[in-house]
Design a protein around this ligand. Structure first.
Ligand code: GTP
Ligand code: SPV
Ligand code: MN
Length: 589
């Protein structure tokens, strides 16, 4: 191959994969950028981009003595979270998207969003970002190409995915074999909430996103590809693409159990993935290894177990609440070479957010002089973007091409009342019921009301790329005679007392619950049978040194039968509204 097509005078080389080059040419013809740049992922490229963003104010400097290599980005104040009401999953047939998704007919959706893309890159640079979701040499990994006019997106994709030359090489190799590629087109447009859409075309493996530069709306490898498109592919191919962290728990005997856990957005995945054991556990030899904090792709292996990879290469984590006490691991991870988005700053230019420490910031997330009357200094959905390699507990198996074997799946939500601290499902089908029954209080990770309980099966309400009923059926299909499936559990770190205080200390102390879970896997921990599954008694958990009052423990482990009867009536109505929900997972009546 020699003749590499060029895009005008300022172009960098393209690709020898004709179908990819053709798509880039078509997009360039539609969007009319001044320049086309193929990203190679090199340090030199990243430095050049960063200098340009510093020069035009897209990035602001932070204190380089305390935070070397760290920068700040302030997004448009109307563009600070995912926009679920503007997110569409456009299957050919409406029923395939399900009532859990907003739907538009593909032809109509393309026409609508292409009209926005027309000429939108005039005066801008079009970046072609080849990326790989998952270890570059993993058979479980999948590739995509994102076209974007946002250098901030390029910088984030470089941390969050395996981006650049190696990914393009894999894409070209796979392209030659006829393997499909996920194509994503993104423009920040005018950042006008009235001209904003995040559209998915699962049957075409295409994503089109216009009018937002933020997180899951714009970093198309993350929620758009690795969950909405990948969940559709996973169903066709017999695997699972889930909104789950992956963590390895090492017991004092040196055995590591890998746990995958699904909690809704801003409900504790990053924190659990980076958990630091309480001191008494550290002394005994317990260790925790981080594999992933947001997304998990699980495939049945030849041994019948589920093997998981983290398709991402970095963390796009919630800043508020991150402190030396709650998550020292995250704090060490983000001490250098991190992009902070919408945090506040101190007088000496350090990043700051609510819950970090007792200092008072001078500038809020919009760069105004901080005035507590205007609300929190950092946006509640302010975030850090950082390479996973900087995490002190990053697992040495996180990059294993075959993934890690999953021993337990944990579901959980933010429930101030009713739902106990932890319980175990009776079997796989019951576990699917437990996951499908999840509900959680909404958070600032998406625009809209915060703190209202909504149904969020498997923490996938905003991310499942097809009909939820079919999704539950797909989950059930893993229960085959040769399967060695993980046990399924449910946790709730967020129970509150009558005064609105958390009953459970959470964070590092959550290892006490994980210890019980591992004890259940090994057959060493006790439990009592209840109508919701198996629940520990106070003596089945190690609560030593916590100083919890007996009333709190009782409340955390009680099963409120009348409360569940009410919950299940509501759940039955929800399942009915979805349709296609398999009989096996309906609540008892
Ligand atoms: P996404 O990145 O949006 O998917 O969020 P996430 O699930 O990774 O949530 P994260 O770990 O960032 O936690 C979100 C918020 O919940 C933070 O403010 C945490 O401090 C808080 N949080 C996490 N774990 C616990 C816990 O065990 N107890 C309590 N009370 N709060 C917690
Ligand atoms: C979430 O909202 O679950 C996130 C952040 O992890 S975003 O990348 O915006 O989806
Ligand atoms: Mn998430």
């Amino acid at each position: 191959m020699n003749a590499v097509p060029q895009q005008g005078a300022n172009a960098t080389p393209g690709t020898r994969l004709a179908s990819l080059q053709q798509w880039v040419d078509e997009v360039a013809a539609l969007t009319r950028p001044d320049r086309v740049v193929w990203c190679d992922g090199s340090d030199a490229e990243a430095d050049t981009l960063q200098e340009a963003m510093m020069a035009d104010g897209t990035l602001l400097p932070l204190n380089q003595d305390t935070h070397p290599g760290c920068v700040l980005h302030r997004s448009h104040p109307d563009d600070v979270a995912r926009v679920e009401h503007l997110t569409f999953v456009c299957h050919e047939k409406r029923e395939d998207a399900g009532p859990n998704n907003h739907w538009m007919a593909p032809a109509e959706a393309h026409a609508k969003i292409d009209a926005l893309f027309e000429g939108c890159m005039e005066g801008r640079t079009l970046y072609v970002v080849p990326y790989c979701m998952g270890p570059i040499d993993s058979p479980l990994a999948r590739c995509g190409v994102e076209i974007t006019d946002s250098p901030y997106v390029v910088a984030n994709m470089r941390l969050m995915t395996r981006m650049g030359a190696a990914a393009l090489a894999r894409i070209e190799r796979e392209g030659a074999e006829g393997k499909p590629l996920v194509r994503g087109l993104h423009s920040t447009g005018e950042l006008d909430p009235d001209r904003r859409f995040i559209m998915h075309f699962p049957e075409e493996l295409v994503i089109k996103s216009y009018g937002s530069g933020y997180g899951g709306n714009a970093l198309l490898g993350k929620k758009c590809h690795a969950l909405r498109i990948a969940s559709h592919q996973a169903r066709q191919e017999g695997w699972l693409a889930e909104h789950m962290l992956i963590v390895g728990i090492e017991n004092p005997q040196g055995e590591v159990h890998y746990v995958a856990a699904a909690f809704p957005s801003a409900c504790g995945k990053t924190n659990l993935a980076m958990l630091i054991p309480p001191e008494s556990y550290r002394e005994q030899g317990w260790k925790v290894w981080t594999v992933g904090d947001d997304i998990c792709w699980m495939h049945p292996g030849e041994d019948g177990r589920l093997w998981a990879i983290n398709p991402e290469a970095g963390f796009f984590g919630v800043a508020p609440g991150t402190s030396e006490k709650s998550n020292p691991n995250a704090l060490h991870t983000i001490g250098r070479d991190t992009i902070f988005t919408n945090v506040a700053t101190t007088d000496d230019g350090q990043p700051w957010w609510e819950g970090l420490d007792k200092r008072v910031p001078t500038k809020d997330w919009q760069g105004r002089d901080f005035d507590p009357a205007r609300g929190p200094a950092a946006h509640p959905n302010s975030r850090f973007t950082v390479s996973a390699k900087q995490c002190p507990t990053f697992s040495s198996h996180a990059e294993d091409p075959q993934g890690v074997p999953i021993s337990a799946i944990v579901f959980g939500g933010r429930r101030a009342s009713l739902v106990p601290l932890v319980f175990e499902a009776r079997d796989w089908a019951h576990g699917v019921h437990v996951g499908a029954s999840m509900a959680s209080e909404t958070t600032a990770a998406a625009t809209g009301q915060v703190g209202v309980v909504r149904r969020d099966p498997m923490a996938m309400k905003p991310f499942c790329g097809y009909h939820f009923g079919d999704y539950f059926t797909h989950w059930l299909s893993f229960d085959r005679p040769s399967a060695q499936l993980p046990k399924i559990f449910h946790v709730n770190w967020f129970r509150k007392d009558a005064d609105g205080r958390f009953l459970w200390p959470g964070f590092g102390e959550n290892l006490r619950v994980l210890e019980w879970i591992i004890g259940r896997l090994e057959g060493t921990a006790g439990a009592r049978d209840t109508l919701i599954g198996r629940v520990p008694t106070a003596s089945d958990l190690d609560l030593s040194g916590l100083g919890l009052d007996p009333g709190a423990i009782e409340a955390l482990l009680e099963v409120d039968e009348a409360g569940y009867a009410e919950e299940w009536r509501e759940l039955a109505g929800f399942f009915e509204s979805l349709g296609r929900v398999p009989e096996e997972i309906l609540p008892p009546r």
